[in-house]
Design a protein around this ligand. Sequence first.
Ligand code: PGA
Length: 250
Amino acid sequence: MRKKIVAGNWKMHKNAAQTKDLLNQLLSEIPAETSAHVFVAPTFINLASAVENLTHSNISVAAQNVHQAESGAFTGEISADMLKSVGVKTVILGHSERRSIFHETDALIASKVNTALVHDMTVIFCFGEELKDRQSGNHFNIVENQLRDGLFHIQAKDWEKIVLAYEPVWAIGTGETASPDQAQEMHEFIRETVRKAFGSDIAEDVSILYGGSVKPDNAKEIFSKPDVDGGLIGGAALNAKDFISIVTSI
Ligand code: PGA
C-alpha cells in the first residue's frame, strides 16, 4: 500500500541538546491523528538518543547515509550493522549533496542500496536533475538513468523497502520549488518508469516524495498532486512549527 510520508533531513544541523529539544517539540505537537508517516534524520552522532527519545511514538528515525562495506578500515564511516544496533531501520541514500560534494556515483549508491537491503533497512532513495539538465530538456533522461543505474538492479520483493524521493537539485535549499505541476509531471514519469521495469503493482505501491524547498506555504498544493506521496524536507524540518505545518498538510 502506498504510504503518505514526510521526512525531515536535518543534514549537518543540531547538536545533542538541540536534537532533543526539537524532538520533544515534535513529540508533543504532532497531532496523533496525522495521516503521514513521519521520519526524522538527525546526524549520526544523535541517532541513538533520537531512537530512545522517540520510543513509543509514531515518529521514525532515519540515517542520512551508510557505508557499503560490512566493516573494515574505513576511517570516519558508519556501517549498516551499527545503525541497526542502535535501532535505526531506515537510511537516506543518493542525496544530491552526497552525489555532488562527496562524489557518490550511481554505482556506489547502488552498492549502498544493496547493503541496506541485506540488513533489511528501508531506503529513501534520492535522485533528481540539475538546473542545466532541465534547461537543456534532458531532465527526464537524467532521472531515468539515476533510477536505472542506482536502483533498478534490485529484485521485485525489495520494493517494499524502497521510498523514492525526487529532488531537483536546483530546488534544494534555494527557496525555488518545482511548481506543483512540474512535480506531478516528473512523479508521473517516475511511476511510469517503475511500471515499465517492474509492473503496475510495484509502481502503484511505491511512495514518491518530492524534495526541494518545501515550506508550510507550498506543501499543501504540492502534496495535493496525485503522484506526490509526501515530502523530503530540509531547511523547514529544522523548525518544529514549520515541520509540523508541513506534516499536517498531507
Ligand atoms: P530543502 O532540502 O528543503 O532545504 O530544499 C531538501 C533536501 O535536501 O532534502
